[in-house]
Design a protein around this ligand. Structure first.
Ligand SMILES: [Zn+2]
Length: 117
């Protein structure tokens, strides 16, 4: 089996975790299930597909590096696998749109960037 690609570890992919007991899925890596507390969650590769839950335009960037990119759009995406994550997205998206992840360079780092699917 291919190793799971994860952008936080330099790969072009999104990893998430699932609980073997209650089937909950979540994004931020942790050592136990946030829903039922069961240990040893499994890591999985996300498809990169989802639906746009919310978005906001950032005009006042929080860091000097990001200031050069403002204004930019931040999305909350409901991934098809059942977890929600925050990421940059294309400016032409609307709430409810089907989206697909791509990867782009921002401030010297490869980050997820959602576009219309
Ligand atoms: Zn659980």
């Amino acid at each position: 089996m291919d190793p799971i690609r994860d952008w936080t570890r330099g790969g072009e992919g999104i990893a998430f975790q699932v609980c073997g007991s209650c089937r909950a899925a979540w994004y931020f890596r942790r050592g136990f299930c946030p829903a039922c507390g069961a240990p040893d969650p499994q890591s999985r590769q996300a498809s990169g597909l989802g639906r746009l839950h919310a978005l906001t335009v950032v005009t006042r960037a929080p860091t000097e590096e990001l200031r050069a990119h403002a204004p930019y759009v931040i999305a909350l995406v409901d991934a098809d696998e059942g977890f929600r994550l925050m990421a940059h997205c294309a400016p032409d998206l609307q709430i409810g749109d089907r989206v697909r992840v791509t990867f782009t360079d921002l401030a010297g780092k490869k980050i997820p960037f959602y576009e219309k699917a």
